[in-house]
Design a protein. Structure first.
Length: 237
């Protein structure tokens, strides 16, 4: 009786083949150059996306202002559908109504809008959005990560001036840290952002985003966005 082919096999084959290709090395670092890393990220993301039908997750948005002792919280159900659209349903909310309505719900609305059509490309790490440079490698959790410097080519609230960490075997985005290229209208000051991703099966999914701003008027304000309880649906043959 013939063996059943796993649904994830095509993506796995592509990922292994990417790792085994001949590489053009940067003469200064001895590592693959930024163009090659970005192209491999695009191909690997495409392979993984082809296997992902969608997922449902719980998303927690928490805003804290230390100077005025104000806090707001929204918990929402996030539904992700191919080819990348997101839908949100508020499950619960508490704390300052002003902050919930003026900040947190605007954050959710912005993320939902950014997931539609061509808007999905606005935040991608690619050569259209960034000038990129390979800085070296780091080890994290037993994995080798390429470290890229990110210099936005435009002042956009979707882009970050800072660094990105890319898994060297799977060409997946693991972490981004930096300053938002254009401060959102809801902030007074430029947020410092740290976004991390977690691997579940074949897929790398958002785990945590922490944005911190320290402005003369409002003082320090933290926005925490956490994703959990992923229910992933792979594409059926």
């Amino acid at each position: 009786m013939p063996r059943k082919t796993p649904r994830s096999l095509p993506a796995l084959v592509l990922l292994f083949s990417l790792a085994g290709e001949a590489q053009t090395l940067d003469s200064t670092t001895g590592l693959p150059d930024a163009v090659q890393i970005v192209e491999r990220m695009r191909a690997a993301d495409g392979a993984r996306s082809a296997q992902l039908e969608g997922y449902v997750a719980v998303r927690r948005y928490e805003l804290t202002n230390l100077r005025f002792h104000k806090q707001a919280l929204i918990v929402a159900r996030l539904t992700y559908l191919r080819p990348g659209e997101k839908r949100f349903e508020v499950i619960s909310e508490e704390g300052s109504k002003l902050l919930r309505d003026r900040v947190l719900k605007r954050v959710i609305s912005t993320e939902e809008d950014a997931s539609h059509g061509a808007n999905r490309d606005l935040a991608r790490i690619n050569l259209e959005n960034y000038a990129l440079k390979v800085l070296g490698t780091e080890m994290e959790g037993g994995r080798t990560l390429y470290v890229l410097s990110l210099t936005p080519k435009s002042k956009s609230p979707y882009l970050v001036k800072g660094r990105a960490w890319i898994d060297a075997s799977e060409y997946a985005l693991v972490r981004v840290e930096g300053v938002v290229a254009k401060k959102p209208s809801m902030w007074v000051g430029s947020p410092v952002v740290k976004q991390t991703y977690i691997k579940s099966g074949l897929f790398w999914l958002p785990e945590k985003n922490v944005s911190t701003t320290d402005a003369p008027v409002f003082g320090k304000t933290d926005l925490l966005i956490e994703s959990s309880d992923y229910d992933i649906r792979e594409k059926t043959p």
